[in-house]
Design a protein around this ligand. Structure first.
Ligand SMILES: Cc1cc2nc3c(=O)[nH]c(=O)nc-3n(C[C@H](O)[C@H](O)[C@H](O)COP(=O)(O)OP(=O)(O)OC[C@H]3O[C@@H](n4cnc5c(N)ncnc54)[C@H](O)[C@@H]3O)c2cc1C
Length: 452
């Protein structure tokens, strides 16, 4: 028997966990495992706000794929379409070469992209917090505003540079605003010309509450922490228009600002649209076994798939969290192994373990296993959880050391300039323009030139 060709798309929480388990449980004679990944690392997204605020370095949250995976072939590139009838995944490699990768089983774990709306100026001026490059870019951008404000003499311009707007009151937006606000507040010690009263942060969300998944009490606690620090939180409000130096809110206010950080939710990767399969709110519809109905050998999971949440029931689907993605990765690997060995597959079931929200310094709110915590104990739980969840010991040590150093030595205000003067729109960072349409995929795989 030829080994089965298993292709995993996406080296994130779900994809890496799946490939790792397949490697461990299947002999090389049973399966050839291939992973398509645009980057050589698994990104630990929950710590992106720490990268943006310089509390940890970008490298410490980029966990080396080559350290985690031993015999998986890594194709450096992104999948731009999948033809489930021909069992071909079309990949654009990082040198722009297009290759067709044939598979017997495919695991679709390309995650999600920043969800946007049709708001004038948003495409041009909003910055995301979804990739490592975005977090590093936001850090440089915020420090650039401090540098320019400190060197300038025009009062209105200084005020504009020192006003920052974050849209999205979920955990990603709240943590981003809280961590960056700490950085800009600390800046006033290193920038003698900066007037601390001019540094302003706004969090804007159309929902009536911050982080509703935390429950009323902890949501209120988080709001209190932000407001005590001087962060203005506007709930029930959204953005009407964005310009190069202003953000207009739906309540009519115009905030002079050069910085709009957009964290208002995620949408499944555009790869999903190339299959022509059924979706639920944009995520691929899958069975409780995470197989895609009607498509032979196709599995999907993580942020890209609407996996039924059997622990909640009532037709609920799992929320897009790392906690679920990681466990779904293991469960899909087991189901693929079961299908190869002719044993029954198991439905995915996981009871949510709760949420941790790091607001920087000693501030945090956490709800592990339903227990509500705030302040230092919550911070200890949050940081302990991240250290446990990081995949390699090297990554744990890097992050732990960075936290310790930051706690002892404070913040640095280093603008690296690596990404200066390059396009910085969401689509430039998240490559959302790269995908084929379903028809283009079919045409491509039907053409005689297709093949590898
Ligand atoms: C700022 C922030 C904070 C968060 N905090 C938490 C938290 O505290 N707790 C929690 O549980 N969750 C948190 N999340 C959510 C969590 O990170 C996601 O739910 C999780 O990463 C989803 O896992 P995934 O494997 O589906 O996708 P990802 O981990 O995003 O992995 C997808 C991978 O696929 C790659 N990829 C994308 N497109 C393609 C393609 N076309 N071809 C090949 N590869 C592709 C990407 O580069 C990436 O490596 C946070 C998210 C953000 C943005």
């Amino acid at each position: 028997m030829e080994p089965s060709r298993i292709l995993v798309v996406g080296g994130g929480f779900a994809g890496v966990e799946c490939a790792r388990r397949l490697e461990r449980k299947l002999a090389a004679t049973e399966a050839e495992i291939t992973l398509v990944s645009p980057f050589g690392y698994q990104l630990y997204l929950p710590l992106l706000p720490h990268v943006a605020s310089g509390v940890v370095t970008p490298q410490s949250v980029a966990v080396s794929l080559r350290r985690i995976l031993r015999r998986t072939t890594i194709v450096p590139g992104g999948a731009i379409g999948v033809d489930t009838r021909a069992k071909v995944c079309v990949v654009r490699k990082i040198n722009d070469e297009i290759v067709d990768v044939r598979y017997d089983q495919i695991v679709l774990a390309p995650g999600s992209v920043t969800r946007t709306f049709d708001i004038p100026g948003l495409d041009e001026y909003a910055y995301g917090m979804k990739t490592l490059a975005e977090a590093a870019y936001v850090r440089d951008h915020v420090i650039e505003q401090l540098d320019l404000a400190a060197a300038g003499n025009d009062e209105a311009e200084r005020a504009c540079r020192l006003q920052f707007v974050v849209v999205g009151g979920g955990y990603a937006g709240t943590e981003t605003a809280a961590c960056l606000q700490r950085l800009t507040t600390a800046a006033t010690r290193r920038y003698p010309r900066l007037d601390p009263r001019l540094v302003k942060w706004h969090v804007v969300d159309i929902a009536p509450k911050l982080m509703p998944e935390l429950g009323d009490r902890l949501g209120r606690k988080a709001l209190e922490v932000l407001r005590d620090r001087g962060i203005e939180v506007s709930l029930g409000v959204s953005v009407a228009e964005v310009g190069a130096d202003s953000v207009k809110l739906t309540d009519g206010r115009v905030l002079p600002s050069h910085t709009l950080i957009w964290t208002a939710g995620v949408a499944a990767s555009p790869l999903v649209g190339t299959l022509g399969a059924e979706t639920v709110k944009g995520r691929l519809a899958v069975t409780p076994y995470m197989s895609v109905p009607g498509a032979d050998g196709v599995f999907a999971l993580g942020d890209a798939a609407a996996v039924p949440d059997l622990a909640v029931g009532g037709g609920a689907v799992c929320p897009p969290t790392a906690q679920h993605a990681q466990r779904q990765g293991k469960a899909v690997a087991e189901n693929i192994i079961a299908s190869l060995r002719g044993t029954p597959m198991q439905p995915y079931r996981h009871r949510d373990l709760g949420l941790v929200v790091d607001l920087g310094g000693a501030d945090a709110v956490s709800k592990p296993l339903g227990v509500e915590m705030s302040g230092l104990p919550a911070q200890a739980v949050a940081r302990g959880y991240h250290l446990m969840a990081l995949r390699t010991n090297v990554a744990k040590i890097r992050v732990g050391t960075n936290w310790t150093l930051n706690a002892i030595a404070g913040d640095d205000f280093v603008r690296t300039g690596f990404q200066a003067r390059r396009p910085a729109r969401l689509r430039d960072f998240e490559f959302t323009d790269s995908y084929l349409t379903q028809e283009q995929v079919r045409e491509h795989t039907a053409s005689p030139a297709a093949g590898r």
